[in-house]
Design a protein around this ligand. Sequence first.
Ligand SMILES: [Mn+2]
Length: 283
Amino acid sequence: MHVQLIVDPVDSGQVGQRMGRGPLRFRDGGLPEALTAAGHTVTQADVTPGEGFVPEPKAAFQIHQRIATCVRSSDAFPLLLSGNCNACIGALAGLGLPDIGVIWMDTHGDFNTPDTSTSGFFDGMGLAAAAGRCWGAALAALPGFVPLPEAQIVHVGSRDLDAEEARLMIASPLALVDAAQIQRDGVTGALGPALDALRKRVERVYLHLDLDVLDASIAPANEFDAPPGGLSVEQAEAVIRAIGARFALVGAGLASYDPAYDPDGRTLAAGIRLAEAIVSCGE
Ligand SMILES: [Mn+2]
């Protein structure tokens, strides 16, 4: 497999801070070497927002456009390393596929809108924006971007949804397979029916992996204290295998990793292992 690592070291419009350090840690901490040792060829592209004072949403839309250009200009498998989850929008725009499914592995919903967010955290709206629920005018100006039909989304591993966000997700046609379901029924039992239903709609999928879907006792990802009951690395691998068994995986992203919360490198090692599993399932 030929892999294009797209390195987006940005968190909330800031370069190389907090979760923006995660992509650099993966890049410099062994991910390219691990993929090469597994027999893949790896090229790398770096993206950053524009110079000068850039408001946070504008920085995000600039990044989306640059990621989309990277994806579009290469036939390699795009593996996006990003500080924020909303960078997925750039990858989807670059792929430019209206009939793509998205598997979104995340403790959080990322399904707030400006009208439901109590924190004001822009990145808590990433999946809602990808689905066209907000930021419509800015996204309409992003070449290649098509709002993602919500019936083509499977959200996996949630254990910390905001109340209003949860109401939106439950009312949406997206499939919601939370961490408690996975711990109760296993990956195959909990996730299999949702993936089978998605397979009736689409053949190709993009996988978004927020590292905080893993249990913090195994792999601490960032400062947002995730409740217990998260996925093990083996369960996350089983999710990836279940996807690979059904779909053509056309791209993936790892996000929300702040190395400051990972002093002994357990999350780094887990992320590298999961990236290897992802690439081995790539189209
Ligand atoms: Mn997220």
